[in-house]
Design a binder for this molecule. Structure first.
Ligand code: FAD
Length: 341
């Protein structure tokens, strides 16, 4: 591990100013914000990241969960994953988020991990995490051995010839299905980014993972008001029952009226280079009765764009089953209006 300076941010302006002052070729690489540290300290120990300075966000007071004026929920960037998962309002109104958080990592990690840090956690691709190996994400232009190498846990959607790293977060999948909005303060002022526009697919710039600019500080995440009567499910499929990243996961929020899917939102995890909003499957299911045939056709439409590699071809069928099962489980928990005679 390299020597680094450590600084406690006095307030948001100080944090942003310190981070945006970095002027290396890889913009912003010099300074990292420190939240729970469960990603950034790991990567520093592995030498994958070598920031010259860590700016601790602990004193900024971004650790509140508060209702918004229009019935939604505002989640501070420093709210711990455990506190968010166990918050009574989250469990009642956004169960898909609570389920996703509790499916992630371990109790100890969830006690440290924060909302902002989870949004920005990095891929578990073994080539990215091993500095002896080439990796376009870590070192642009060096190559992507994952394409023909060990890719069992990597992406099949949104990939490119330069990178197939999967986004490993469970929380992100739920936030995608919930249409969350990410509030950011940066050198250029404040802005709000839709969750589904926050992460970017690798294309030919896999080192660029989000739309954030150097110095941008995530301050909070806002969830829109929950719609009454919706059913929800986060289903995570993995190699062992706990303390393991998803091979495939699905977050579903569904409204059922007269036996049909009046509204449905689906996001997939473990299979995309970004948290994958399954808009094609949603469109196919909108207004439909959730028959086995309709569900399978919707999943097929979403997965038609999948580009698997040798070691993760199995993920197409796994993701298909995961999506279908999650929709069925979400429907089970939805309030049902009576069928029209
Ligand atoms: C062994 C292990 C198993 C795990 N298993 C899972 C799992 O199954 N599912 C899962 O989803 N996750 C899993 N994780 C990942 C874990 O959820 C993340 O490490 C955690 O959420 C990161 O949050 P943090 O607060 O610790 O982030 P940090 O490590 O503090 O920060 C991560 C990154 O975010 C930046 N950052 C943090 N806060 C802000 C902010 N407010 N504004 C701008 N930038 C910010 C930091 O600069 C850094 O680059 C696992 C981790 C470990 C170590």
């Amino acid at each position: 591990m390299h020597t680094f300076a450590f600084e406690r941010a006095r307030d948001s302006a100080h944090a942003i100013q310190t981070a945006s002052a970095a002027t290396t070729a890889q913009q912003g690489a010099e300074v990292r914000f420190l939240a729970g540290g469960t990603t950034v300290l790991d990567l520093m120990k592995l030498d994958v990241e070598q920031p010259a300075r860590l700016v601790d966000l602990a004193g900024l007071g971004l650790d509140q969960i508060e209702p918004t004026g229009d019935g939604g929920l505002r989640i501070g960037a420093m709210v711990r994953n455990a506190d968010l998962a166990h918050d009574a309002r989250v469990q009642r109104d956004y169960p898909v988020l609570s389920q996703a958080l509790l499916a992630g990592a371990s109790g100890q990690l969830r006690n440290m991990a924060t909302t902002g840090g989870n949004l920005l956690q990095r891929t578990r691709c073994v080539y990215f995490r091993d500095t002896r190996m080439p990796c376009n994400k870590r070192e642009p232009g060096t190559g992507c051995p994952a394409q023909d190498g060990f890719n069992r846990n990597l992406a099949i959607l949104g990939t490119s010839e330069h990178c197939i790293a999967s986004n490993p977060s469970d929380m992100n999948v739920a936030l995608a299905a919930l249409d969350a909005r990410i509030h950011v303060q940066g050198p250029a002022g404040e802005r709000v980014i839709a969750m589904n526009e926050f992460h970017v697919q690798p294309g030919d710039t896999p080192h660029q993972e989000t739309v954030l600019a150097p110095g941008d500080l995530i301050t909070h995440v806002v969830l829109p008001a929950p719609a009454a009567g919706a059913g929800a499910c986060y289903l995570k499929l993995r190699d062992r029952a706990s303390y393991e990243f998803a091979l495939a996961s699905a977050a579903v929020v569904a409204h059922v009226a007269q036996g049909r899917l009046a509204q449905i939102r689906i996001a997939l995890g473990g299979v995309g280079t970004v948290p994958w909003r399954a808009r094609l499957a949603e469109a196919a299911l909108q207004g439909q009765a959730p028959t086995e045939q309709a569900l399978r056709a919707a999943a097929d439409q979403e997965l038609a764009a999948a580009r698997p590699r040798e070691g993760n071809r199995f993920k197409i069928e796994l993701a298909r089953r995961c999506l279908i099962q999650a929709v069925l489980r979400a429907i089970d928990t939805a309030e049902k209006t009576p069928e029209v005679a």
